[in-house]
Design a protein around this ligand. Structure first.
Ligand SMILES: Nc1ncnc2c1ncn2[C@@H]1O[C@H](COP(=O)(O)OP(=O)(O)OP(=O)(O)O)[C@@H](O)[C@H]1O
Length: 233
């Protein structure tokens, strides 16, 4: 379980995280949603142990982010981290050498699903194909926690929904927890159990998607828009 407790992170005078508290339970897919600059990437990086909080704390299975918690998670950043001269097969081999939980069968299955060629050079691939390559590399690990920052960016809307569905049905491991940031809310909603909606570093709405929809009698987009409009007045 991940506990984010009163997390505060400032960059100069900007409060990127302003006293945020939430949990992420095992076996759930949680959408970390919000406007540009809301603090979504910052909270994922703090959980991944890539940046230090100025206040509050994060606990992952009872431990602060450290080397052992890093081993339990895969972090897919929103920037391209792969060397441009690499083929997809090179980066797959690299991941296999780096991580004990790399799963060759899953990687092969994902190659087929995304219709990718392992011989493709990363720098020659289109933006959407690179996004699929990054997803393949993240999902081929059996890491307990997956932090996916904008994984659908660049992927066409037809493929997005299909990929979101496949993550839930075919590629998610038992007990795995996925935190995913996205702006493609409507297409990706199908995969979300829970949401954490952030605006200007503050948590505005959190809960189970189906429960929230029933309670508020609104679609996910309608409720986020209402909460967002209310926060701005
Ligand atoms: N390294 C940094 N130095 C200075 N400011 C930063 C840094 N990283 C983030 N910020 C600021 O913190 C705030 C939150 O940024 P963050 O990247 O977490 O937003 P986000 O919700 O992921 O946005 P987007 O949807 O646009 O990717 C923004 O105002 C951003 O400019």
């Amino acid at each position: 379980m991940i506990n984010v407790e009163h997390a505060v992170k400032t960059f100069g005078r900007k409060k990127a995280l302003d006293d945020i508290t939430f949990t992420a339970d095992e076996g759930q897919i949680i959408g970390v949603l919000g406007t540009n600059g809301a603090g979504k990437s910052t909270v994922l990086k703090a959980i991944a142990g890539l940046l230090r909080l100025d206040g509050g704390q994060i606990m992952i299975d009872g431990k602060s982010p450290c080397l052992s918690t890093r081993g339990m998670m895969t972090f897919l950043p929103d920037v391209n981290v792969w060397y441009p001269w690499m083929k997809l097969s090179d980066s797959m081999r690299y991941m296999k050498d780096m991580y004990w939980d790399w799963d060759d069968n899953k990687a092969r299955h994902l190659l087929d699903f995304f219709e990718l060629s392992a011989d493709s050079l990363i720098h020659q691939a289109s933006k959407g194909t690179r996004a699929k390559m990054k997803l393949l590399l993240a999902l081929s690990r059996q890491a307990k926690y997956m932090l996916l920052d904008e994984p659908f960016s660049g992927i066409d809307p037809f493929a997005r929904q299909q990929i979101a569905q496949a993550i839930v049905e075919d590629f998610m491991e038992e007990g795995q927890t996925i935190l995913v940031t996205t702006h493609e809310i409507s297409e990706v909603e199908v995969m979300l159990d829970e949401i954490r909606f952030i605006h200007e570093g503050k948590l505005l709405l959190a809960g189970n998607v189906e429960m929230l929809k029933l309670e508020r009698n609104q679609s996910l987009m309608e409720m986020l828009k209402e909460v967002y409009d209310h926060a701005r007045v």
